[in-house]
Ligand binder design. Sequence first.
Ligand SMILES: [Zn+2]
Ligand SMILES: [Zn+2]
Length: 262
Amino acid sequence: MRITPLFSGSTGNCTLVSTGSTCILVDVGKAVKHIEQAVRCAGEDMRGISAIIITHEHRDHTTGLKGILKKYDIPVYTTAETWEVIRERTPGLRSPRFREVRPGEVFRIGAALVRAFQIPHDAACPVGYRIEAEGHSFAIATDIGQAQPGWLEALRGCNAVMLECNYNEDLLSKSDKPEFCKERVRSDHGHLSNEECADVVVDLVRGGVEHICLGHMSATSNRPEMARDVVTKRLKAAGLVDGKHYGLTIAERDNVSRSIWL
Ligand SMILES: [Zn+2]
Ligand SMILES: [Zn+2]
């Protein structure tokens, strides 16, 4: 299994997961031309994409959907509630081969078994996904307000996890965002801070997750080196060693990141 974060951050999200001849795009939060280019850069072709799976309706996860469906006949998987919001606010959206997904449900896309799991976020019915194939597993969990046993359980035991590491509290406080926006980010249905993410990472690595990819960083309230610093210090304090117990990468916001191979 190969996981390539194409874009990851508050300005757009799209991750390519390929296993055998099955290629899945998780979220499509950039314009179609940028996604086409990124997919090509990762060595694949849009015509070879088996499915698009959507975590929730926010625009940084769905901006490219209308443009993609205009050009390509790709099935779209998401919850009924998410699909309803996307349809209502997107005039002219071509009705694709929509497949409803229920949180907790396991479904098959080609060679992959996919499980949707609920996450706390201020959207209609947001989910993360765990994808298993060829004896390997990967889970993606971004846009999360707080650590909760349900979604943590879905991530445990995966070979690799892409986890949100959204903001640094100081930078968020000092940013010129309106106060209500800052409160939204910090809330139980907003995003995970670097510290909150670090606690989850320690839990996951202790539980056997081998590779952590930090993603969905805020463009204004975080810096990759700050996020890495907080997470690696917390892991070190827990006696966990880079290269021995885990590998850590950071997904780039606006460029195709290095692939994770399982
Ligand atoms: Zn969101
Ligand atoms: Zn987002």
